[in-house]
Each structure stands twice: as structure tokens, then as C-alpha cells.
Design a protein around this ligand. Structure first.
Ligand code: ADP
Ligand code: MG
Length: 662
């Protein structure tokens, strides 16, 4: 293998120093601007120390592949031989592989079969500043592992943010390799309206404002926005200009185009992957709408969402920095300077944005040990941990084990594979079993977004009238299904812009509908990958509700006789929210998709349920009490009166049953 270093890269000048630090310490932190050579050069430095089993992690598959290819080229070896990569469903490494690029998720999964990661002598955790759950898990796990593996070396790399946290956790030295950067002029060009159509115009205007002689990098929140923008820009027919999309699901050879030769000008339309993971070469200008899809747990909705959000100031600075690497650059931000200054300094680490139950489920499925003893950079609080355990037991993902600790059930292991809140994952699995997954996928996707039905203050009545067509008497969940099929028909019949106008006229939020469709597509794909069978919609509504109920057992309620108030689990009391189709004549038993506390506790998205369904779905939770055992001559058996309760609610108030077996 050839181990040569390009002197133009800032890291090259420091390679002896870095090598010495790695020799002398078990953990070393290398910080530096993006493009300074950390990702591509560090493995060669480590190889130079005689280490031959290196895991090199990347937050994204796209980066793992492309970095592996680059390092293989630099070392003049075949990809898959001494330098290889492994991502889910695609392993291009062999027994000869000395540098193995992996996603951080994949390395975590390897802990399962290789508790001490014996396969590796060195682990490079790249892009640690991203602070995804996987990175936090890996760092925490390595922290425990290092004393058991004194020969193992760990190199952590980070952009120049948050570096001291890593150093403190491991008591490690920090080496900063900051390179020469050129000044970037930042211009603010706020959009007039925060809508997607305007976004495209904002991007076009920014491109027109920039000089024609340099490559442009445009940041967009997702794949779909990139495709829309690509179509839009293609229509403008810029001379000698190539439009290059860059996102995770793009075919590998299309991704590789950004590194290929070029004759004219290039406009690269990229997701966050171009923010720090990949350095698109030769960029002179950046157009930054200031948005990204950021996964977030909604305390209110109790679901994990993937909303498009304003990025942090640190991200904005990173993005701007992408055009100051080869010469002076210009970055046009499609928002105002006041907006920028009011934004949070950093993006919160994912662990603080995620439902703890979901974190705990991931940890259990990876067999990472007790969350209470784990070396987190940001440990979660203990009350929340207890709530998380209770919820996972309710969902049947954890069951009391032999010792004090709970064990992960088979169901729990499958749930961990679904990228949604555990409650919703439970519903999907039940739906698969009951044969109504097609319907429940639509509903679960709807529960993962904000309600697209708008109710503007001045036009509440008009909006309610429009929305009334979708109402279903016994179930707000079914109204999602009727809205869904209406939208599909509308979409098939009309052009894109007409569809958009039409839904707006019906007080439906266009971008949220799109998000609903996106989440649905993604979930459906994951479900299929996992071997589930999503059929069409239109299953028996009772089955749909029984599936939903498995995820909502602590959100059922029994109406007071002659009243409108419901008794809920563990002494809670709630009313059905006025916007619900069941508010006027609430049935005896309901389940609520969400319980929201305002001036009082409200149940939103409710449906009628049968107590027998509850008894069945909550078999692992209900308490059974027996009274008046007696011998029945008629039945020839000992009979007793049975009372079945769930979280204090009488699911069966009084029933005569056979008592014990004779
Ligand atoms: P860092 O990890 O510090 O951000 P990198 O090691 O990723 O830096 O990048 C160092 C340099 O190598 C950059 O100038 C980048 O453009 C270049 N580079 C990285 N990958 C490729 C590739 N596949 N083809 C061409 N150049 C690349
Ligand atoms: Mg890098």
C-alpha cells in the first residue's frame, strides 16, 4: 500500500505529532475544519504506526462508500481489498482489509457478536460532533471497553465544535489541525413567504446573483426538494452548466459524479451530507436556505418526528465554510440576519431529541447493558428512565427477566428495527399480524406529523365544514384514511400546481401532506425490508382499531355514567377534545392517540374500543381478582366472580368464571 501525504492538506504537516499522540495515549481527539484531511489521511497515519485492523466510522452510508473509494485510490489498492467498506446490505471488505469504512450504526451492531471488538486494533470515530445516538452509544460503550482492551486505540475526529466534551470523557489530548481558509462573504436574502414554491424562486434568484464562473453548492432539506429543485433549474437552461443532485439514496455512480471531471459550471444540490461529511471539491459559492430535516421527539405528540427546521448557527457556519477552501467565497443565506442571530448556537445531540423509551429499546437490542450505568456524554434523567421502562413493558418489548433487569422480548427486538416511536412500532407489528398493515401504515404516518388540517382563526367554520366530509362517527383514526384516499384521487387527477391550490382551498397544509406521504413511503419501505407485508388499505375497521390499541393501552378511558368525563389509566381524568368526531356523543370506552394537557387533560384522535379488545391486548398487564368461589352443581365446577382491571380501570367489572381447574 502506498502511504503518501498531500502537503497541501493541513493535517499532513502534523502527522508525526498525531502519530506520537496515538502511540502515547489510548484515545486521541483530532479537531479541524472540514476539508483539512482528517477523514482521508488519519487512516494512513494509523497504518503508518503498524496497525492493520482499523474500523473507520461514518454517520452515513453515502460517506462510508465514497470515503473508502477515495482512500483506496490514494493508497493505490483495489476497493474491497486492503481498503474496504461495509454498510447495511453491502459488505465490500475481505480478510485482507486493513481499513474498513463502516457506518457507526453498523459498528454498533457488530458489538453483538464481538463484545470486545477484537476484530479491530484501532477505531476511528469520525464526525463525532454530529452526536447521533449511534455515536453517543459508541463513545459510551468504548468508554467501558477500553480498560478491558488496553491494546485498542481510539481516534475521535470532530469539527471544531464541542471538542472538549470528548476530551473530558476520555481524558484525551486534543490536536487541532486548522487549515488555511479564505474569507467568505455572507449575504442575506430572506424569502418573502416561507413556502416551498418561494424557496425555488429564492434559490434561482441567488444563483442569478452569483458570478457565472464558479461551482455552486445548494443545501436542501431532503431528496424530494432536491429533485424539485433539479427539475426547476433544468428548465432554466443555464449554458454550460451541470446540475448534480447529491443525497443518500442516489445511485453510487451518480454520487461519485461530484468528484469527477467537469468542463463547465456545476450546481450541486445536496442534503446535509455536504455540510461536514463530504467535501465537494472546487465549490466557490454556497446557497443556504438554512433548513434541514432534524429528527425530533415531540413530547406533546409522543412521537418521533422528522420536521424541517431552521439549522443552528454552527451548521450555518459550516455550510458557509464550504466555499472558502480554495479561494474567496460567497454564501447567500435565504433568511435574514436577525433570524440567524436568533437561532440556537448548536443542534442538540440526538439523545436529547429522542424519546427515551426508543433509546432504551435500541440499547437493549444492541445489548449495551444498563442505561443507568452507561457512560453517556449527556446522561438522561432517572425519572425519565423509569417511565421509559414502564412504557416498554406495557408494549411487551421488555419483560421481567431472571435477575433484577428486564429482558428484551422477540417482539421488542423487531420493534427496535422500526424507525418510529415504540408505541407506533407496536401498532405496526400488531397490524401485520392482523392483516391490516396497509391501513395502519397510513395512520401511523399521520400520527408522526403535525395535523395537516388547518383551522385559521378567522375561518374556523369554513374550515370545519370542509373537513367534516372526512369525519367518521366512531373513530378519528379512520378519518385519516378517508382523507388519505381523497388526496390520492385528487393527486392522480390533477397537475402538481392544481393539486396544491386545491388542498390549500380546503384548508389543508400542503407541506404537511407531503411530509405525511414521505413518512409513509419511508415506513412502508422499511416494513417491507423487515419482511412485513403491507397490503392495500380497506381492512376491517375493527382489526385496524385492535392493532392501534396495542400501542395505546395506557391511553384508554371509561366514560363516567351519564357524564362526558373519562376515567383514564392510573387515576387520570380526561375529556374528548371538541375537534374530535366523537366529542358530541362519546362512547363508553375510548382510546386516545394523544393526551394533551392544557387547562385540563384532553384526548385527541380518539376511537371507540371494546373492553374485550383491551382485555386481550393487555393480557400481560391486567390484574384479575376473584371473589365468592363456590361449587356449581349445574356446571360441575368451582365458579367465582372475576374482576379484571387495567391500570385501575374495570375492563371487566363482574363476570362469572370457572375458578381453577379440577
Ligand atoms: P476532513 O475529513 O477534514 O473534512 P477530508 O479528508 O474529507 O477532510 O478531505 C480532504 C480533501 O480530500 C478535500 O479537499 C476533499 O475535497 C478531498 N477529497 C475527499 N474525498 C475525495 C474524493 N472522493 N475525490 C476527490 N477528492 C476528495
Ligand atoms: Mg471528514
Amino acid at each position: 500500500m502506498r502511504l503518501e501525504f498531500d502537503d497541501a492538506l493541513p493535517i499532513s504537516a502534523r502527522r508525526d505529532e498525531i502519530g506520537a499522540a496515538i502511540r502515547d495515549h489510548q484515545v486521541v481527539v483530532v479537531a479541524g475544519e472540514t476539508g483539512s484531511g482528517k477523514t482521508t489521511q488519519l487512516p494512513k497515519i494509523v497504518l503508518g504506526l503498524g496497525r492493520t485492523a482499523i474500523a473507520h466510522t461514518q454517520p452515513r452510508r453515502l460517506a462510508a462508500r465514497s470515503v473508502a473509494r477515495r482512500i483506496a485510490d490514494e493508497c493505490d489498492v483495489e476497493l474491497g481489498a486492503e481498503v474496504g467498506y461495509a454498510v447495511r446490505f453491502d459488505d465490500q471488505s475481505s480478510r485482507d482489509t486493513q481499513v474498513r469504512l463502516v457506518t457507526d450504526g453498523l459498528l454498533l451492531a457488530e458489538i453483538h457478536g464481538d463484545r470486545d471488538l477484537r476484530r479491530y486494533d484501532t477505531i476511528i470515530i469520525d464526525e463525532a460532533h454530529e452526536r447521533s445516538l449511534s455515536i453517543d452509544f459508541l463513545l459510551g460503550y468504548l468508554h467501558q471497553l477500553l480498560p478491558r482492551r488496553p491494546d485498542l486505540k481510539v481516534v475521535i475526529t470532530s469539527a471544531t465544535i464541542d471538542v472538549d466534551r470528548f476530551a473530558a470523557l476520555f481524558d484525551a489530548p486534543v490536536i487541532e489541525v486548522s487549515g488555511r481558509t479564505y474569507p467568505v462573504e455572507v449575504r442575506y436574502r430572506p424569502l418573502h413567504e416561507s413556502d416551498s414554491g418561494d424557496l425555488l424562486e429564492g434559490i434561482t434568484a441567488a444563483i442569478d446573483e452569483l458570478p457565472r464562473d464558479g461551482d455552486i453548492l445548494v443545501f436542501l432539506p431532503g431528496e424530494r426538494d432536491i429533485r424539485d429543485a433539479a427539475d426547476h433549474l433544468a428548465g432554466r437552461q443555464y449554458p454550460r452548466t451541470e446540475i448534480l443532485p447529491l443525497y443518500g439514496r442516489l445511485a453510487a455512480h451518480d454520487q461519485q459524479k461530484i468528484f469527477g471531471p467537469t468542463s463547465g459550471r456545476r450546481i450541486v444540490l445536496a442534503t446535509n451530507v455536504a455540510e461536514t461529511s463530504l467535501t465537494v471539491p472546487g465549490i466557490r459559492f454556497v446557497v443556504d436556505p438554512g433548513l434541514a430535516r432534524i429528527s425530533r421527539y415531540s413530547q406533546r405528540l409522543k412521537v418521533q418526528r422528522l420536521p424541517i427546521e431552521p439549522i443552528s448557527q454552527a451548521s450555518a457556519a459550516q455550510r458557509a465554510g464550504r466555499c472558502g477552501r480554495v479561494a474567496d467565497g460567497i454564501c447567500i443565506r435565504l433568511y435574514s440576519e436577525e433570524d440567524h442571530d436568533g437561532r440556537p448556537e448548536f443542534t442538540d445531540p440526538e439523545i436529547l431529541r429522542t424519546n427515551l423509551a426508543s433509546v432504551m429499546l435500541q440499547m437493549a437490542s444492541l445489548d449495551l447493558g444498563d442505561i443507568r450505568e452507561f457512560g453517556f456524554l449527556d446522561p438522561p434523567d432517572s425519572r425519565a428512565v423509569a417511565d421509559g421502562i414502564a412504557l416498554l413493558r406495557e408494549l411487551g418489548a421488555l419483560a421481567p427477566g431472571r435477575g433484577a433487569a428486564d429482558r428484551l422480548t422477540r417482539l421488542g427486538r423487531t420493534m427496535a428495527g422500526l424507525p418510529v416511536d415504540p408505541r407506533l412500532a407496536r401498532m405496526l407489528l400488531a397490524a401485520d399480524r392482523l392483516g391490516c398493515l396497509g391501513d395502519v401504515l397510513v395512520i401511523v404516518a399521520a400520527m408522526s406529523i403535525q395535523d395537516p388540517r388547518e383551522r385559521p382563526l378567522e375561518q374556523q367554520q369554513a374550515a370545519d365544514e370542509k373537513h367534516a366530509r372526512f369525519r367518521q362517527p366512531d373513530s378519528d383514526f379512520l378519518s385519516w384514511l378517508s382523507l388519505w384516499s381523497y388526496l390520492r384521487e385528487l393527486h392522480d387527477q390533477q397537475s402538481h400546481s392544481k393539486f396544491r391550490k386545491q388542498v390549500q382551498a380546503e384548508f389543508l397544509h400542503y407541506l404537511r401532506i407531503r411530509e405525511w406521504q414521505d413518512v409513509h413511503t419511508q415506513l412502508r419501505r422499511t416494513a417491507k425490508d423487515m419482511g412485513l407485508k403491507p397490503g392495500p388499505t380497506g381492512a376491517d375497521p375493527d382489526l385496524v382499531h385492535r392493532a392501534l390499541l396495542t400501542g395505546l393501552l395506557s391511553q384508554v378511558g371509561l366514560r363516567e355514567p351519564d357524564g362526558r368525563e373519562f376515567a383514564g389509566a392510573r387515576g387520570a381524568r380526561f375529556m374528548v377534545f371538541p375537534g374530535s368526531g366523537l366529542a358530541k356523543k362519546p362512547p363508553a370506552w375510548v382510546m386516545a392517540g394523544e393526551l394533551v394537557e392544557t387547562n385540563r387533560l384532553w384526548a385527541r384522535s380518539v376511537a371507540r374500543v371494546q373492553p374485550e379488545w383491551i382485555e386481550e391486548a393487555a393480557a400481560h398487564l391486567v390484574k384479575r381478582q376473584y371473589a365468592e368461589p363456590h361449587w356449581s352443581i349445574k356446571r360441575g365446577a368451582v365458579m367465582a366472580r372475576e374482576r379484571v382491571t387495567l391500570y385501575g380501570l374495570p375492563v371487566v367489572a363482574d363476570r362469572l368464571v370457572q375458578y381453577g381447574r379440577i
